[in-house]
Ligand binder design. Sequence first.
Ligand code: DSN
Length: 416
Amino acid sequence: MDYKFLPTTDPQVLELLRAEEARQKSGLELIASENYASAAVLETMASVLNNKYSEGYPGKRYYAGNEVVDSVESLAIERAKKLFGANFVNVQALSGSPANLAVYFALVQPGDTILGLKLDHGGHLSHGHPINFTGKTYNFVQYGVNPVTGRVEMDEVERLAKEHKPKMIVAGFSAYSRDFDWVRFKQIADEIGALTFADIAHVAGLIAGKAIAGPIEAGFDVVTTTTHKTLRGPRGALIFSKDEEVAKKINRSVFPGLQGGPHEHVIAAIAVALGEALQPEFSEYAKKVIQNAQTLATQLIAKGFKIISDGTDNHLMVVDLQNKNVGGKEFTDALDRAGISASASTIPNDPNPPMKPSGVRLGTAAITTRGMGEAEMVKIAEWIDRVAQNFANEDELAKIKKEVSQLAVKFPVPGI
Ligand code: DSN
């Protein structure tokens, strides 16, 4: 990236930025929640919009001088509505957890019963984990995956819904590789009069690219997403609402309920990313992400890796490492030393504690952005297998790191 002012203003920070650029260029990014924003998105975040306070919403601000900001935020809203086919959207939540918090704050009361997916079965902390604000504030009942199939069973969700009569059903995940049956979730919720809330942070780009179905078309009341995972934008969030009444409550919940001034430089960058996602090439990207994940999963299974649910319908997979005699943390540390970034992950009903989980989560959103395809997935599976067999062999890890770097530099990182 071209830095015009940092060389003189702050060479110390510049040096760190250059080191991170080198790391991103020479390594392989398999962290399922990460991606590379385009140069245009990065450039927009570095704009003068950073200088502006704009509490309120377009046309109704508490500070002067927001004519341009109003247009920026309205553009982001219109593009988000168009891309996802949504009726209402809030673009101000700072990221995924704050967006989810805004939904709960708007629509349920402390102590209300909510149904959500368990963290170690692929859910998110903000879907009711006992150590999270959500688990401490609301009465979460948690559904999980079937221990044999590794999939969410809708009959079990229905049973729990009818038994516990939650006020809200949360559908969504951060480590689950199969399609969610949004339509059935909505049917179950309608039968008991529950609100439907979907968290599509991981798969928003795949839904936007029409590679998989989404909850908005299934009629969910409210849907949140981050904007930086498969959607490939800056770090931010969107909250979609079906009805005006819900949308008003969400807006009040975000501001003044939980946040002050929105980050309009990020909102402008969200508009840019949404503009990119509205282009036909983005659909191709979304499909390719899934193809790559499926190729990687097939290759790993052929090498004896056990993937939860035996495959993937999206960009990610959770690998159960118990038959490889290496823990998730040990393995991701070894992958890191071989130039491959991944995140350790719990597996359903993990016998080990969260700090020493038994699995690893892998994703293909970032490597697909770099233009990698089937041949690279085959190679990556080979390296992952070699790391598993040599996780304590520093010479072999260094050798793999060199090979990884030789391949990675052939695929440019956007924005660098
Ligand atoms: N940190 C994100 C992830 O890795 O899935 C979720 O918050």
